[in-house]
Write a protein that binds this ligand. Structure first.
Ligand code: NDP
Length: 238
């Protein structure tokens, strides 16, 4: 259903996977949507503004926001979705394996949230949703880097919620379980079997199901600092 007023929405990593499904759901609601990409732009027909941006580079983040703001007005909805994995058992993990995953998944969210907050504070309104993972709450072998980054998002959202106090600006977290995208296609058959065994729903999630939770959080102004699992029950009670 179309919104009364189109919002200016910014989705990092909105060119594919979960980010693309999130961007599509906002566009379907009549919002003006900017999505970031590094290599491949989102499919042509989507009608998004595609802005090139690597979230590990604060200058590119600033430039991407300038482009989105000049086309759509101040960003009032930010979805920090860009993420990457570099799985390796800790004994074999290099410092670069660890810090690069933190830089994209956690510091990347810091960069975009800080940049978006300026405009939100001026507007007196904003919604920030950070895409975490069940790995943050459950842990996963080979993912000390990724789980630490994704767990960091929870502390980040809750601290920012306390900083923002009564303002109409919220920050929440969505924690997907196994979801059908390029990222999960990188799993071995055995990893996939193990994950599904721990998932009461017995199937992977669809990107659109993550987008549904994001849309809810963007509507729900009294939900703050929450972590919403979208994991088919895999993390029951976290
Ligand atoms: P994909 O691998 O399909 O997409 C990842 C997205 O992140 C791409 O758009 C990619 O852009 C972008 N990205 C990666 N690194 C950077 C960077 N440095 N700067 C800007 N953009 C970047 O993954 P998903 O769609 O599955 O993942 C989306 C989010 O959901 C991630 O945060 C992921 O951790 C999380 N998640 C995914 C789960 C799953 O099972 N799929 C489960 C739990 C959480 P580009 O195309 O330019 O590479």
């Amino acid at each position: 259903m179309a919104q009364a007023t189109a919002r200016s929405v910014f989705v990092t990593g909105g060119n594919r996977g979960i980010g693309l499904a999130i961007a599509r759901s906002f566009a379907a609601a009549g919002d003006r949507v900017a999505v970031t990409y590094r290599g491949e732009e989102p499919p042509d027909s989507e009608g998004f503004l595609a802005v090139r941006c690597d979230v590990t580079d604060s200058q590119q983040v600033d430039q991407a926001f300038k482009e989105a703001e000049s086309a759509h007005g101040p960003v009032t909805v930010l979805i920090a979705n860009a993420g990457t994995v570099h799985d390796r058992l800790l004994v074999r993990m290099s410092e670069a394996d660890f810090t690069s995953v933190i830089d994209t998944n956690l510091t990347g969210a810091f960069r975009v949230a800080q940049r978006a907050l300026r405009g939100m504070l001026r507007e007196g309104h904003g919604r920030i949703v950070l895409i975490s993972s069940t790995s943050a709450l459950h842990g996963a072998p080979g993912q000390t880097n990724y789980a630490a980054a994704k767990a960091g998002l929870v502390g980040f959202a809750r601290s920012l919620t306390r900083e923002l106090g009564p303002r109409d600006i919220t920050c929440n977290v969505v924690a997907p379980g196994l979801t059908e995208t390029d990222m999960s296609r990188g799993l071995t058959a055995e990893q996939r079997r193990d994950l599904l065994r721990q998932t009461p729903a017995g199937r992977p999630g669809r990107p659109e199901e993550v987008a549904d939770a994001v849309a809810f959080l963007v509507r729900a102004g009294y939900v703050r600092g929450a972590v919403i699992p979208v994991d088919g029950g895999a993390g029951l009670g976290h």
